[in-house]
Design a protein. Structure first.
Length: 341
């Protein structure tokens, strides 16, 4: 679905009418303060540092990378749960960073999030019916008998018994709790959902069920997903395009098959080399690419390319400013690396 972009550094779709979300130069820096009484800022954690991409209507865009690279912060900043330090987030042509109050509250009906931890994201003092109906009551969408019937239909839609409406979260398994979270996200009939590692806290046997549910709901309701995940095998299964993130920056973005068959950035190559292959002959003969060293601190990223301290093919130019620019090397395939022409 992706195609050539008008200029370097801004991965975008050729037909702008297909773009539901446009992120440009997004930054989220958390201040580091010193002092007990008179605090002053002495630095900043660059959790998200100049990220640009488009999300096309009806697609699932995967966002992958190791822990601490800024994936979840990116998702929450897009939804304005964190206000960005810089950059713009346009949802259906409206810049979310410039709206607030009632205007932003109204836009939140179109955008929702499924949280990673189904045990921490549900209020233990509220029944399932109260949890799922809360968005509807806040936005004054439905009341009374109509509200209860709608909540019961949402529970059925996500594969839960509607008679569970008066039960509490502690009475459910992890997979069932995540289905409750999905029902809550669907309550206001949104167009765009951030799936913040929705399966990482679940048993492997349950993960496929939840992913299949998300796919069925996307087809039925015409949803668009930003799917944040660690499991690269699952990402290949569910995502149309994949963006690879490292230390607050996107280093590669491409259609899923293109990325998995022809990874160009050294970090992407290392990530994919760690994915198990269900073929003993291939698994025995393939070579792992090992990344040495620890992830640098986002409070003090390396000069030049962020990956230069761990890259197995680094060059002298990788240690100089500026960072490598995210450029399109083939239709829809974007890479930020000095070694890639």
């Amino acid at each position: 679905m992706s195609a050539a972009a008008p200029k370097l550094g801004n991965p975008s779709a050729q037909n702008q009418n297909d773009v539901i979300l446009k992120v440009r130069g997004l930054k989220k820096h958390f201040p580091i303060n010193s002092g007990i009484v008179f605090q002053r800022q002495v630095g900043a954690v660059r959790a998200v540092d100049d990220v640009s991409f488009d999300v096309i209507r009806g697609e699932t865009l995967g966002l992958v990378g190791e822990s601490g690279c800024g994936k979840s912060t990116t998702g929450r900043t897009i939804l304005q749960l964190y206000r960005p330090t810089a950059g713009t987030v346009e949802f259906e042509g409206r810049d979310l960073t410039s709206v607030k109050g009632e205007e932003l509250r109204a836009l939140r009906r179109e955008m929702q999030i499924i949280f990673q931890d189904p045990f921490a994201s549900l209020n233990p003092r509220m029944t399932v019916g109260s949890i799922v109906s809360e968005p509807l009551q806040i936005h004054n969408v439905k009341r009374g008998k109509e509200l209860r019937e709608y909540v019961e239909s949402l529970l059925e839609k996500v594969g839960l018994n509607p008679f569970y409406i008066n039960r509490y979260p502690h009475e459910f398994s992890g997979g069932q709790r995540q289905r409750i979270g999905i029902a809550r996200a669907l309550a206001l009939n949104p167009k765009f959902i951030v799936c913040d590692e929705p399966i990482s806290a679940l048993d492997v046997s349950i993960q496929a069920q939840v992913v299949n549910l998300l796919e069925d709901l996307q087809e039925e309701l015409g949803l668009t997903y930003l799917f944040i995940a660690h499991d690269l095998s699952m990402v290949r299964h569910i995502c149309d395009r994949v963006a690879v993130m490292y230390l607050g920056k996107i280093v590669e973005l491409a259609p899923t098959d293109e990325l998995y068959d022809n990874p160009l950035h050294p970090y992407t190559q290392a990530l994919l080399s760690a994915v198990p292959v269900p073929d003993p002959m291939v698994e025995e003969n393939r070579q792992r690419i090992l990344i040495t060293g620890d992830l640098p601190s986002p409070a003090n990223p390396p000069k030049g390319c962020n990956f230069n301290t761990r890259c197995p093919v680094r060059m002298d130019v990788c240690f100089r400013d500026p960072d490598p620019e995210l450029i399109e090397v083939s239709p829809g395939h974007w890479v930020a690396c000095h070694r890639v022409p």
